[in-house]
Write a protein that binds this ligand. Structure first.
Ligand code: CMC
Length: 428
């Protein structure tokens, strides 16, 4: 293979280096393209554009492979704890026992949020969407820890921000739920694991502590691991681009939370359950909804289906589908929407429209069914995704800063009016 790519523009040949990743992924490095030729590339939605090189996550959409730092997602989801995976994603290696103990202790020590932050929570209207609350609360952390705004601090100081964020997001998330019910907040307890503590703050009352169910805790652990990172997706790219202006970690992650909120990204998990409920309420005629999804005049899409990168199957969906069966069995729950989901999947997988376009269930198709079974309200589903994705956002931000990457600033092709002169309002 030649070492350079050749591009012929206006009759002149220009050479650009080819970059090959550790898994043989190939790219043409066009960083000098504009300087050399005056041209830029145009790629709506960055479908063919690598915005960076990264050592965190490898995924092969054709083969359905997903690995964090080289470890297959199947092994991590089966054997690891979420905080172990968080450590792996953020710092690059699985922790040793002493490293892990210290990491967990550091996190437990920072789970409380400042009492003044409760005032913000109380000011939100009843029923405020918890993603809106989570994004603003995460950003607000930067005002309570103003030293975080200096992102050129030494690694140890940056690390404290990382620990605080990991420790406080479950508290913020659970409290946003309590607040939407206008129930009193439940404080974290050091005796609980990360997932147990979250369930405790979600479901205990100050007057009555509900013991976290190990089945629920295990299911949650798995779901969080499956969401921990997914390379340069919409929210991770947002975090990196915001952070590239040297905005602090809290502000950068808050931007990631808002990017995740949309129904084409993390918001799909809420949209899936709403869709399944709508199909159930409509009599359960799956074919009718498949036809709607195929109809180009209808804006309806099969939520939880399709992916920018996965074109054969999403390995996370395979694990989640099995976990949904296991959790519902273990908890003795019979959820009719699980049957509708399976019917929908079966019909879609045999339908030429979906096969031709490589549309398969994604991570969000079955996750909501598990969240529901373990008592998480629908509006909290995307917050659950955010809890899981937090290590990924942190890892992506950290890598980008450590690589000293330049500010993210794409170009455009201008298609507006040519120069024209201002006309006073009386003459228009
Ligand atoms: N239902 C019906 N048709 C679809 C769907 C769907 N869910 N997804 C894609 N298509 C069609 C689309 O209309 C297009 O058809 P055509 O070629 O005839 O114009 C073709 O498939 C390609 O779709 P696209 O929108 O160009 O693909 P994309 O890579 O830009 O979008 C996606 C990927 C995930 C946004 C899209 O598949 C989608 O909207 N899915 C539903 C929302 C969803 O489940 N999102 C969660 C993604 S996984 C969680 C995460 O990491 O964010």
């Amino acid at each position: 293979m030649s070492e350079n790519a050749k591009i012929i523009l206006d009759g002149e040949t220009h050479e650009f280096p080819i970059v090959v990743g550790t898994e043989n992924e190939k790219a043409i490095d066009i960083s000098k393209l504009r300087g050399a030729t005056g041209y830029i590339t145009l790629d709506y939605g960055f479908k063919n554009t690598g915005s960076t090189s990264s050592a965190i996550t490898f995924l092969d959409g054709e083969k359905g492979i997903l690995r964090y730092r080289g470890y297959p997602i199947e092994q991590l989801a089966e054997h690891a704890e979420f905080l172990e995976v968080a450590y792996l994603v953020i710092y690059g290696e699985l922790p040793t026992k002493p490293q892990y103990e210290k990491f967990k202790t550091d996190i437990v020590r920072h789970t409380l949020v400042h009492e003044d932050m409760k005032h913000f929570l109380e000011a939100y209207p009843r029923g405020a969407h918890p993603m809106g609350i989570a994004a603003s609360m995460v950003c607000s952390l930067s005002t309570f820890y103003p030293e975080s705004q200096d992102t050129n601090r030494e690694a140890e100081a940056v690390n404290l921000t990382i620990i605080r964020l990991l420790a406080k997001l479950p508290t913020i998330a659970a409290w946003s739920h309590k607040n939407s019910l206008r129930h009193p907040f439940v404080y974290p307890q050091n005796k609980y694991s990360y997932t147990e503590n979250f369930m405790h703050m979600m479901f205990s009352m100050p007057t009555e502590e509900s013991t976290p169910d190990p089945i629920v805790s295990k299911a949650l652990n798995k779901l969080l691991i499956l969401h921990a990172d997914h390379e340069q997706n919409c929210s991770a790219s947002t975090v990196r681009i915001v952070g590239s202006s040297h905005a602090n970690l809290y502000a950068s992650v808050a931007a990631g939370v808002t990017a995740l909120w949309g129904p084409l990204h993390g918001g799909a998990n809420q949209a899936v359950i709403e869709m399944l409920e709508a199909i159930k309420a409509d009599g359960g005629d799956v074919d009718k909804w498949i036809d709607k999804a195929k109809d180009k005049d209808d804006t309806f899409r099969l939520m939880g289906f399709g992916h920018r990168v996965y074109k054969n199957f999403d390995p996370r969906a395979t694990i989640i589908k099995k976990a949904a069966d296991d959790v519902l069995d273990a908890l003795g729950i019979d959820d009719p929407v699980l049957d509708i989901a399976k019917k929908l999947e079966k019909v879609a997988l045999e339908d030429e429209y979906f096969v031709k376009r490589g549309l398969y269930p994604n991570v969000d198709f079955y996750s909501g069914i598990i969240y529901r079974a373990i008592g998480i309200p629908t509006e909290m589903f995307t917050v659950m995704f955010a809890l899981g994705r937090l290590p990924g956002w942190i890892g992506q931000w950290k890598e980008m800063r450590e690589n000293n990457e330049p500010i993210g600033r794409p170009r455009q092709v201008y298609t507006g009016s040519n120069k024209r002169d201002y006309v006073s309002i009386e003459k228009r």
